[in-house]
Write a protein that binds this ligand. Structure first.
Ligand code: SAM
Length: 198
């Protein structure tokens, strides 16, 4: 069942959705924000009714807002370290008018992961090891932070109960613990991977 209080026009094309943001944020879309068809496929897999899904590094909220539109029975949360991106996510959420989406401003190291059931992961730490992929210069990046964040998420995922779901988009498989089984069924299977904890 779709969210019938929300205009579907935002979700017809990436260009229409990206109109929610100012020009300099739209320019980052192709490289940094999840395309709508990917967000839809990923959320079809993650959206267990009444579950709480976390986008690890939510940027301007494109994954959570699209997922929340298609799956009103599931709650989608995003954590984002950059204040500016968090603010644009909040503005877009208000504009689209979704009650099952929430954003948190902070670093994922401060989060209580017990509060979330399933996870979306769009290679958020990559800019620490690939300077050409930086979003901006407002945060510190380093190889050390890449390792630190990757280890933290790996351990968190490994401690989750059986049946925890995970979607990775453009993520290295080595960031996923072997306790997760790949259950891909998507036409984008080289870059979009769906996993379930054994
Ligand atoms: C590739 S973007 C993806 C954005 C969003 N998930 C989407 O798919 O549209 C990754 C985001 O993760 C954020 N991020 C990276 N490391 C983070 C951390 N340690 N804590 C919070 N956010 C982080 C970055 O600031 C960036 O906005």
């Amino acid at each position: 069942m779709l969210n019938d209080t929300v205009s579907p026009d935002f979700f017809r094309k990436d260009a229409a959705f990206d109109e929610l943001y100012p020009e300099h944020i739209r320019e980052l879309s192709q490289m940094h924000w999840t395309p709508i068809d990917i967000a839809r496929k990923a959320s079809d897999f993650l959206a267990v009714p009444n579950a709480r899904v976390l986008d690890i590094g939510s940027g301007v909220g494109k994954f959570c807002i699209t997922a929340g539109f298609y799956h009103p029975e599931t709650a989608f949360y995003g954590i984002e370290q950059r204040g500016e991106l968090f603010s644009f996510a909040e503005i877009a959420k208000e504009e689209v008018n979704l009650s099952n989406v929430a954003f948190i401003h902070g670093n994922l190291t401060e989060l209580r992961f017990d509060d979330y059931d399933h996870f979306y992961f769009y290679n958020p730490f990559y800019e620490n090891i690939e300077p050409d992929s930086r979003i901006d210069y407002t945060i510190r990046t380093s190889f050390g932070l890449y390792d630190h964040y990757s280890r933290l998420i790996y351990q968190m995922l490994d401690e989750k109960p059986s049946d925890t779901r995970l979607v990775t988009f453009h993520g290295p498989d080595k960031q996923v613990p072997p306790s997760y089984r790949l259950v891909n069924n998507s036409s984008y299977s080289r870059v979009l991977k769906m996993w379930i904890k054994e």
